[in-house]
Write a protein that binds this ligand. Sequence first.
Ligand SMILES: [Zn+2]
Length: 409
Amino acid sequence: MKTLIKADRTIDGTGAEPVIGATVAVENGRITGVYTGEVPEAASAGATVLEYPGSTIMPGMIDTHVHLNLPGDGTSLEDAVREPEGVLVATSSFTAARALAGGVTTVRDLGAMGGTVFHLKRALALGHGKGPRIVACGQPITITGGHTWYFGGEADGEVNLRRKVREMVKQGADFIKVMGSGGGTVNTLSWRASYTREEMAALADEAHALDKKIAVHCLCAESIEYAVDAGVDQIEHAGFLIDGKGHQKFDPRVAEKLAKSGTPVTGTLAVAGSAVNAMLAKDKLTPEEEAFLSRWQTLLEDNVEQFRKLREAGVRLVAGTDAGWRFTPFDGLPLEMELMHRGGMSTLEVLTAGTGFAAKVIGIDQEVGTLTTGLAADIIVVKGNPLDDLGALRHLQLVMQAGEIHRSA
Ligand SMILES: [Zn+2]
């Protein structure tokens, strides 16, 4: 099975400028060549040709922060996790299919109940259902009663934390996720670090000893500092909350430290963006919804501003939405990228942050993320030019994963 994909231009995901009039050749699920101009006879003989005038060929998008367990339809975390594990597996199967249909060919799942996402991964590997490639951590490790404790990841103290890391790896974790501060879970403190410096250092040390990356959820400066000092591989959110009322205060000293470490940050700007959009889409708002809207509008502006400051400080930024959380949808990467662009990144930088750089950050760049000969054929074609308008990412002409066509206009 040979396929040639032709469009007006390719954006290869490496950060390179677009190439006009390129053709991507696919055979047996892999990219076998990227040609400008004439395609060699050996590549074109017997090939099916897919032509998309007025369009752009790109690597499939990579969302580095999702929660497949959660529907992303406004349901609160507390309500979603009241369902039994079987329902969460079924929901995950549904959300995975949604992501793939939205051109997201890889997701990294940052926390789920028990073994539910490992079970979904297995079912997809058996060919039962459609979904993106999944890189998963299983249960996020959290302090007793900490953010998302009901997923099963509670552990405290150095000995127990090392054991919990080992347990997650035993269950099949591709990487380790830690809740470095509180979060949206009731009665957790988002503005304080959850683990001590010593505990965070033990977590990073144990993950690395088992050859796994470690990503840490941080909503306050103290948690970012502890994680960076421990030598973790990635920071999620990088918030600067200072109290329980949603007030934030950017800390340039911590930002500079973060930049110097080279640790990439996933902004998850789509969380606030989706919450605001969901309210604005309604005809009439209740007083509670009015308050919800105004709170999230403030958070959105603060988050975009902080994102801009992180970027200016030299922090490396990668695309990830937190899909599943409240109103954040599984096809929300275009929104995330638009907000990243609003936060100061060029459209080319943003597209790289959602493809090639995302693959590098989550450790799968030898398999996917760029239009490179030899990599798996995870490819999308979008109408128009996303360098001019990132909204083009919503107009999918083709979604191909490992050479298989999942959506074609
Ligand atoms: Zn999350």
